[in-house]
Design a protein around this ligand. Structure first.
Ligand SMILES: *Cc1c(COP(=O)(O)O)cnc(C)c1O
Length: 361
């Protein structure tokens, strides 16, 4: 059996050593005679897994003590709705900066709960750039300002944290969390579904400044309440233990590989290699995103002739390069190159793209 280089946007490729460890521990975790996924979430074995995962993520991302870390179900999309319920009064303003598809879903999720105001929107320009900070229209009384750190479909990434004054910044980091050093203290809240950069689908990470948990928010059940989740250590109900465990293995792997500083370097090299092939192709390939905000994680690109899309995908697959088809909203191709994508995988793709152009250009 040979593993392909998998450029899927999410669920995405996982580090091979993590899959091997999970396989080795599948039937008998650490000699207890059962898989970790068969044990009580309140038993000493899983408690250890859960605590280590949180501690390792705190180490990896340098998360300050005045931030709580949650491991929750419902994916990123559920968190998009919960942030309004937990941190905004009914009908209060919340400012949204829309730079792609996921910013739009975030806005949609809070419409029933807040006066969601679009502070800036890149849609008129096809989401090929981020509206200049000077043009944003922020509300005076906003509960928070929300933005999407990396737009997974449109391939647009903020390369700095926007300064919005004293309003807490909430950000969707689903597809770029832990991909480079980040000053967590600049945020009120960070959330991410795990299935791009942190592990398997089925668990989402929420990092929230503790003082914000004092906000009343809106009427909601306990299971929708972040304060209760913090108090219950993300175990108000049965947590997704398998997913949490796998994410924990990914954190340990990342720390062993050198942490986020090391991944920042690898990710920069990987992205540069692909954009170089695209920009140097004389129009055979094209990426339309403004260079300063091109994503390091998701590289969407188009072939100059759509008739070549099918042969490109077929031949790539035959060469062991899979899941390159672009999102249906954009068409074309997309190479997702998260932390777990090795540099050799990107080099193989770059070589394939050059070769394909030579044969079809
Ligand atoms: C994938 C993704 C989401 C949606 O995540 P789910 O876990 O499917 O809810 C939201 N935001 C971004 C930036 C994403 O990449």
């Amino acid at each position: 059996m040979s593993r392909a280089y998998n450029f899927s946007a999410g669920p995405a490729t996982l580090p091979e050593p993590v899959l091997q460890q999970a396989q080795a521990e599948m039937l008998d975790w650490h000699g207890v005679g059962a898989s970790i996924v068969e044990l009580s979430h309140r038993g000493p074995e899983f408690m250890q897994v859960a605590q280590e995962a949180e501690a390792d993520l705190r180490t990896l991302m340098s998360i300050p003590d005045d931030y709580a870390v949650l491991f929750l179900q419902g994916g990123a999309t559920t968190q998009q709705a919960l942030i309004a319920l937990n941190f905004a009064d009914p009908g209060q303003s919340a400012d949204y900066v829309i730079t792609g598809h996921w910013g739009k879903t975030a806005l949609k999720q809070v419409k029933p709960y807040v006066n969601a105001t679009v502070a800036a929107n890149g849609e008129a320009g096809g989401f090929r750039d981020i509206p200049a900070r000077g043009e944003w229209k922020l509300s005076d009384d906003a509960a928070y300002v929300h933005y999407t750190a990396n737009e997974t479909i449109h391939g647009v990434e903020f390369r700095d944290i926007p300064d919005v004054g004293s309003t807490p910044v909430f950000a969707d980091f689903s597809s770029s969390i832990a991909s480079e050093p980040l000053d967590v203290s600049r945020f009120g809240l960070i959330y991410a579904g795990a299935q791009k950069n942190l592990g398997p689908v089925g668990v989402a990470v929420v990092i929230v400044r503790r003082d914000l948990l004092e906000r009343a928010g809106q009427p909601r059940a306990e299971i929708l309440d972040y304060r209760a989740h913090v108090k219950g250590e993300s175990m108000l109900n049965t947590p997704p233990t398998w997913n949490w465990y796998l994410a924990g293995l990914v954190f340990k792997w990342m720390i062993k590989e050198g942490g986020v500083a090391e991944f920042a370097k690898r990710n920069a090299r990987k992205a540069a290699a692909l954009y170089e092939v695209i920009d140097g192709s004389g129009g055979f390939y094209r990426n339309e995103v403004a260079a300063p905000v091109r994503s390091r994680m998701n590289v969407p690109f188009f072939l100059h002739d759509e008739a070549l899309d099918k042969p490109f995908l077929k031949e790539a697959e035959a060469a062991g390069l899979i899941s390159l088809k672009g999102h249906r909203a954009l068409g074309g191709m997309r190479a997702s190159i998260y932390n777990a994508m090795p540099e050799e995988g990107v080099q193989a793709l770059a070589a394939f793209m050059r070769d394909f152009q030579q044969r079809n250009g």
